[in-house]
Design a protein around this ligand. Structure first.
Ligand code: SF4
Length: 222
């Protein structure tokens, strides 16, 4: 896929069956839970098609959420479940989250911040807003209430991603993560790291800033 996907809208269904791209155990590689063992549930499809997207999420199999939780239990070495995509809020994940929380799992959702479902209060969100060429949209207030990090992907050469923006993080004192874009080019990536460091310094008096790397790529994990 890598940015050539077809943007998909919200799916209308009761949430008992989800379109699942993959389920796997690994270490969380980035963001506030970096380094923690987790089971990743990657849901199919996204409402955006970013040119730098590094995730394959088009294929899927339909799984009942009871079957999905059984698979998580088989894989789990800890109690952290990351629901990601694509864009996980495209699908009705409300009941899935409820069951996970009831089973004692910590649940973190990774989202681009444009969609929302009324998820359990204990579920945390890492929001990585995207600039689709018209600037960054403000993150929905209902989503901001769950957000423990706003993660900006930055690039030294992509004009849409040269800077970060106020998308609502100040209103909730949400830490800002600044992460260099992976452009699959050694020189560009080196420039992106320098650029991210510069931005982290620049904004450190305005926000609680964390410089973030995709650790899983450095150590060869998925
Ligand atoms: S929002 Fe994320 S998952 Fe969706 S296309 Fe953009 S980078 Fe890929």
């Amino acid at each position: 896929m890598f940015g050539n996907n077809v943007p998909l809208g919200i799916e209308a269904h009761d949430g008992s069956v989800l379109k699942v791209n993959e389920v796997f155990a690994t270490l969380q590689g980035e963001g506030p839970y970096a380094g923690r063992p987790a089971v990743f549930v990657r849901l199919s499809g996204c409402n955006l098609s970013c040119s730098f997207c590094d995730t394959e999420f088009d294929d899927y199999q339909e799984m009942h959420i009871a079957e999905l939780i059984g698979k998580i239990k088989d894989l789990a070495t800890g109690k952290l479940v990351i629901i990601t995509g694509g864009e996980p809020f495209r699908q009705n994940i409300v009941d899935f989250c409820e069951l996970l929380v009831a089973d004692g799992y910590e649940v973190q959702i990774e989202t681009n911040g444009l969609l929302y479902r009324p998820i359990n209060k204990k579920v945390t969100v890492v929001c990585s807003p995207k600039n689709t060429g018209k600037g960054y949209a403000t993150v929905r207030p209902d989503l901001l209430g769950h957000a423990i990090a706003i993660k900006f992907i930055v690039s030294a050469s992509d004009e849409n991603y040269r800077d970060i923006a106020e998308v609502g993080q100040s209103s909730h004192n949400i830490p800002v993560y600044i992460q260099p874009m992976d452009e699959y080019n050694q020189d560009k990536n080196a420039a992106n790291v320098e650029h991210a460091i510069m931005l982290a310094r620049k904004y450190s008096d305005r926000y609680e800033v964390v410089f973030s790397l995709q650790q899983h790529k450095i150590i060869g994990l998925r």
